[in-house]
Structure formats: structure tokens, C-alpha cells
Design a protein around this ligand. Structure first.
Ligand code: ATP
Ligand code: 3PG
Length: 313
């Protein structure tokens, strides 16, 4: 196959290479973000990008939450503007599974802070039967319930929100599961001292960096009852081997449920995907999203500008 790369994404050289392209050839353009006009969604820049093409296929799901010149602006100058195969698969899973999931439907939400996941938790609360929480955000939930959390990560301004999410789950009949035990560390370091403690007894001067073995057992039992699972955000500081057990256990469980019971498993978010890949289990899941911010925004029910700009198929 004839593939050629240009040193720019607009301009004379690009125009020449495009004009000389043989049937079936590929012209790869330089990164559009070298131009500030890209992120500004400058119409003149979008027009220049469009000038060498006859139609537009967007397969960059990971940037579909951005209204940039190459994702949104360019669609005003090229018709048809359509979704590529990857974009279609992402939308089928992330929109399809959430809108019409096989039940019971569980969501596992982790990651560092509750503040970055409020939208996704609220939106999923309206749809799931089971909501499992892990990662750094759980300490805000514990503190809101009056537990001592030592030096764990807490967002003091989100305590009321945590209480209201617990109440919302109750009102909607969603089974909200918080870890019952925690792996605590004496410092935030890969070689920190660690021990397992009940979630209600985190000692002063220690911080929670992973979920404990009882929590893993409870979460696994809950997941065994499901048909669809969405996972966003690691259960602990998985970058440190010592605190990766919770995240690895969830990855293994999802892989097992997909292969042996045909459960639909969808992993979204950069870090959870990285954890699944690190565990070598990526090909066992039903769908691994290539979008971090884009998958979160979709799960929150927000329209993505890069998708809205495309023509109906
Ligand atoms: N108990 C904890 N204390 C502090 N940090 C934690 C804890 N548990 C998890 N983390 C950190 O949370 C980070 C991931 O959170 P984030 O919300 O970014 O996840 P994500 O949604 O999968 O990723 P992305 O935002 O890249 O799409 C990891 O770097 C992890 O180390
Ligand atoms: O647009 C971007 O910068 C990348 O696609 C990543 O976006 P995200 O960090 O919001 O996933």
C-alpha cells in the first residue's frame, strides 16, 4: 500500500501530496494540535484542513468530546461527514449498553476523586441495579458517614454530596456497595508499610490505598449476579504493585464473567483501561473504550460535539 506522510497538516506541500496520491493511497498528516487554531475550532483552519478531501470519516472517539477544528469544524466543509468503525463500536457499547442493558446491570466506579465522577455516578444511579465504589473517592463517603479516615484522600467540600448520593441510591433501590475493608499505608509510596483494616477502623496517620480482601469477596459475589458491567476508575493506587490487588481482582473477575458467562463488560477511562492492559486481560473484555473523557461524558449522558456534527447514517 502506498503511504506517505506530510510534514504539515495544511498548506502547499499537503495540497501537492494529496493531488499526487494514487488510487488507494494514504496520506498521513502531521499532528493538527501544532496549530492553536485546532483547539480554537477556527473556521478558516477547518476549511484549509477540509480543502484536500472529498468526504470526512471521524474515527477518533477519544477526542469526540472536543469541539475542535478537526472533529467539529471540518464537518461544515465536507459532506458526507460520517462515523468510522471504531467510533460506531464505541457508541454501540457505551450508549447502547447503558440505554438498554441486559439486567442485572452493575457499575463499578473508582479513581481518585468523587468530584470528577459526580456526573457519571448520578447518571448511572438512574440505570443500574448495583453500584460498587472504590479508589480514592470512598474516603469522602466514609467521612460523610462519620468514620475516621486517617490521612486518606478526602474532599471536604463533597461530604454532603456523598451523603446525598447514598440517599439517592437508597431511594432508587440501587444496591450501593462500599468496601468493608481497606489496605492502608503509612505513606504514599511504592514501598510503604501496609496492613488490612476494617473500613470503620482506619488508624490515624495511615492512608487507604486499596480495597481489602473482604471487599473483593463481596464485590465478586455481587458481580456474579449481573449480566452487564461498566467499569470506570481503578480500585486503588494500582501504579504501586503493593496496592494493585483490588484493581487486578476486579479486572480478573470481569474477564472471567465475560468468557465463562457471556456477561457484557465495558471498561472506560484511561487508568482502568491501563490496569486491564497491564493485567494482560484486555482481549477478554466485551469492550475496552479508547476514550477517557469522551467515555465519561457519554456515560454522563452528555452529547459529544464530534458525534453531533456527523450526518445521520
Ligand atoms: N485510595 C487512593 N488514594 C489516592 N489515589 C488513588 C486511590 N485509589 C486510586 N487512586 C488513583 O486514582 C487515579 C485514577 O483516577 P481517575 O479518576 O483519573 O481514573 P480513570 O477515570 O480511570 O482515568 P482517566 O481520568 O485517565 O480517564 C490513579 O492514578 C490511582 O492511583
Ligand atoms: O482530547 C484529548 O486531549 C485526548 O483525547 C484525551 O482527552 P481526555 O484526557 O479527556 O480523555
Amino acid at each position: 500500500m502506498y503511504v506517505v506522510m506530510a510534514n504539515d497538516c495544511i498548506g502547499e506541500e499537503v495540497e501537492k501530496l494529496a493531488a499526487a496520491l494514487p488510487e488507494g493511497g494514504v496520506l498521513l498528516l502531521e499532528n493538527v494540535r501544532f496549530y492553536k487554531e485546532e483547539e480554537k475550532n477556527d473556521p478558516e483552519f477547518a476549511k484549509k484542513l477540509a480543502s484536500v478531501a472529498d468526504l470526512y470519516v471521524n474515527d477518533a472517539f477519544g477526542t469526540a468530546h472536543r469541539a475542535h477544528a478537526s472533529t467539529e469544524g471540518v464537518t461544515k466543509f465536507l459532506k458526507p461527514a460520517v462515523a468510522g468503525f471504531l467510533m460506531q463500536k464505541e457508541l454501540d457499547y457505551l450508549v447502547g449498553a447503558v440505554a438498554n442493558p441486559k439486567k442485572p446491570f452493575a457499575a463499578i466506579v473508582g479513581g481518585s476523586k468523587v468530584s470528577t465522577k459526580i456526573g457519571v455516578i448520578e447518571s448511572l444511579l438512574a440505570k443500574v441495579d448495583i453500584l460498587i465504589l472504590g479508589g480514592g473517592m470512598i474516603y469522602t463517603f466514609y467521612k460523610a458517614q462519620g468514620y475516621a479516615v486517617g490521612k486518606s484522600l478526602v474532599e471536604e467540600d463533597k461530604l454532603e454530596l456523598a451523603t446525598s448520593l447514598i440517599e439517592k441510591a437508597k431511594a432508587k433501590g440501587v444496591s450501593l456497595l462500599l468496601p468493608t475493608d481497606i489496605v492502608v499505608a503509612d505513606k504514599f509510596a511504592p514501598n510503604a508499610e501496609s496492613k488490612i483494616v476494617p473500613a470503620t477502623a482506619i488508624p490515624d496517620d495511615w492512608m487507604g490505598l486499596d480495597i481489602g480482601p473482604d471487599a473483593i469477596k463481596t464485590f465478586n459475589a455481587a458481580l456474579d449476579t449481573t449480566q452487564t458491567i461498566i467499569w470506570n476508575g481503578p480500585m486503588g493506587v494500582f501504579e504501586f504493585e503493593k496496592f494493585a490487588a483490588g484493581t487486578d481482582a476486579i479486572a480478573k473477575k470481569l474477564a472471567e464473567l465475560t468468557t465463562s458467562k457471556g456477561v457484557t463488560t465495558i471498561i472506560g477511562g484511561g487508568d482502568s483501561v491501563a490496569a486491564v492492559e497491564k493485567a494482560g486481560l484486555a482481549d477478554k473484555m466485551s469492550h475496552i473504550s479508547t476514550g477517557g473523557g469522551a467515555s465519561l461524558e457519554l456515560l454522563e449522558g452528555k452529547p459529544l460535539p464530534g458525534v453531533l456534527a456527523l450526518d445521520d447514517a
